[in-house]
Design a protein. Structure first.
Length: 160
């Protein structure tokens, strides 16, 4: 596995960036760059299980390794969800079991610098190098937009 880093500066306080990163509706919006219908099933608390899922219910099984609100979130990736079932061997076979993904937010001249450090298996390297910039651009639009209205079929939320 290789460690890759992705950075973006956002014109908003860390609290707003944090809210958009991990909000139920907004998380699905910015992560749609990775897969349409993306969502996370978790409470985001340290030690909690996270299911990162696409629109078909496939995805990854992870754990919140650390959570310091408005500053740092870390995930430890453990396995995959295949046909609705957790498979911890699939990640080992594909070479990414134990990979980490870290989000660090820092105040820089009144803005927020977001740094994402991620372990990437060679198989997925090109995909993530291409997709992370798109996801961060979507995040920037959500964070800095004058108004964003998200409709998830159950609720309607306005941000900004």
């Amino acid at each position: 596995m290789e460690r890759h880093q992705f950075k973006i500066t956002l014109d908003a306080p860390r609290e707003r960036v944090w809210e958009i990163l991990w909000g139920d509706v907004t998380y699905s919006e910015w992560t749609s760059a990775f897969a349409e219908g993306s969502r996370a099933e978790t409470d985001w608390k340290k030690g909690s299980k996270v299911l990162f899922l696409d629109g078909k219910g496939q995805g990854m099984v992870s754990k919140v390794a650390d959570n310091i609100p408005n500053e740092f979130m870390s995930f430890l990736h453990l396995g995959e969800i295949i046909d609705g079932k957790e498979d911890m061997n699939a990640a080992k076979e594909k070479g990414w079991a134990g990979a980490t993904e870290n989000y660090t937010l820092k105040n820089v001249n009144g803005k927020t610098e977001l740094t994402v450090d991620m372990d990437v298996a060679e198989t997925y390297k090109d995909y993530f190098l291409e997709t992370w910039p798109k996801a961060l651009q979507k995040l920037k639009e959500l964070v800095e937009g004058s108004e964003f209205v998200a409709e998830d079929g159950k609720s309607k939320e306005t941000y900004r």
